[in-house]
Design a protein around this ligand. Sequence first.
Ligand SMILES: [Zn+2]
Length: 494
Amino acid sequence: MKAAIYIRVSTDEQANEGFSIDAQKRRLLAYADSQDWEVTEVYIDDGWSAKDLKRPEMQRMIGDVKQKLFDVVLVYKLDRMTRSSNDCDHLLKMFEAHSVKFQSCTESFETRTATGRLFIRLVADIAQWERENTAERVRFGMEQMVMEGRRPGGPVPFGYDKSGKLVEEEAAQIRLLRRFYMEGDGIKAIAIKLNGMGKYRRGFKWSAFPVWYILDNPYYAGKLRYGTKKSNGKYASRKKEGVVDLIVQESDNEKLFTWEEYEEHKAEMHRRSFDGYSKSREYWFSGVLICGKCGSKMSGRYHQNKRKDGSYNKITSYICANRQTGKGCTMPMFRQELVEKLLMEWIEGKLTIDHNVIREISVTAEEDPNESLRDDLNKELQKVRERRKKWQRMYADDLISQDELREHNADEKANEDIIMAELEKMPEMSSESLTAPSDIIYDLPELWPLMEDKDKHDLILDIFKEIKLYTPVDKAHGKKGKFIPASIESVVFN
Ligand SMILES: [Zn+2]
C-alpha cells in the first residue's frame, strides 16, 4: 500500500517538543513501517491551525487524493488534520469517493470499515462539541448509518432476520395483520384477533402498539426512516411542527409490502386518525382520572356552548364525582384537551435522553436496541487494547522511545476511556423493561395524533390505572383558547 503522511503543527505547538514535526514524522514513519506501507508523499503544514482547511499542504494533499496518488493518508492524530466536525465529514467523504483510506496512528479508528467511519465521526463530534450530550453523538452516527442505507442498530424488526431477509412465518402474520386493518379492524382489535388465533410475535402477545408500529414503519416497504423527533430529543408535534429532520433512505432488506401498499394503508391510517388531535366526543380518559383534591374518580361530561353565529361548540370535560354530587370538592372541570395536553407534556418531561435514543431506533421492542452499537464499541475496545500491546512491542524493538511509548499509552488510555464511557451510557436492557407499560408510554405522544378515538381510549386503559390531576384553582372560568393552570400529580401504571 502507498501511504501519504500529513503533519501539522500550530504556531503554539511549534515550541512543544512532543508535537514537533520531527516527533510526528518519526512516529508516522514507524507506524507505516509496522503496517508494511510505503510512504510516497509527506505533507507538512508548519505553523497552521486546524480551524479550516485553508492550509497550503492540506490543499496540495486534497489535490493528490483526487488523483489517488496513494491508498491511505496517515496522521498522528485526527486533530492534526482538522478540528472541525464539518471539515472532518467533508474530508472523509472525499477520501471515500476516491477510495483513499484514512488512518490515525494514535486513535482507535480507521475508515476501512463502516464501524470505523461511524466511530471517527463520533470522535470528531466529541472534539468539537465536548459539552454536548452523548445522545446527539450517537444520533449523529446513527443518521450517518441511515444515510448509508443501513439500519442503525436496534432490534431486528418483526418479520426479518438479521440479514434483512424475511422470516416467512412472521411475514405471514404481518400480511394477515395488514389484511385485517384494510378490512376495517382497529389496531387494538387486530391485536386481540391475532392473540386469539394463537399467533404471537416472538413469544410476546400482540398489543396495539406493535400493530401500529408495523403499519407505520416504511422498513417493510424497503425504506429506512430516522429522526421523527427533534434534535433536543423531544417529539415534534406533527400537526404543529411537522416531522423534523426526517431521513428516508432506500434500504436493502427484502420487501414485505410494495411502496404502493404501504402508501395505501398509511392513507387509511391518516383517514381514520381524523385530523390530528381529535375533536371527537369520545371520552379518551374515562375510567382513569382521579381528582387530586379529594381522591374521587372524575367522569366524562359533555356539553355545548352556543356560538355567536348560532352554531354549537361541543366540549368534552371531566368532573370530580364528589363535586358533581355537591359534596363540597372544589375541583373545577377539566376539558379533555387540557388533560390531553397535560399528559403529553408529562410524558415528554419524563423522557430521558438515553431513552429517546433507544426509542428512536426501536421498531418492535423485543430485543436490546443497543446490541449492535455495543458490539461495535466492544470491537473498538479490543482494537485499542491490541494496539497498546503493539506499542509495547515497537518500544521493545527500539522503534519508539520511552517518552513516545508513554504518550501512546496515554492516548490509548484516553481512547479507552471514551469507549468505556459510551458503553456505560448504554446499559443492557432486558426485554421485560422494554415491553413494560412504562416504556410504551414514551411512544404515546407520537402515536396519539394518528390514532382513532376508540383506540385512544383503549390505549389509555391499557397503560394507565390512574392519572391524578391537580389544580390550585377552585373555579374555572372558561376562556377561549386558555387552559387553567394544572398539572398531573401522579400516575399509576397497569
Ligand atoms: Zn374532588
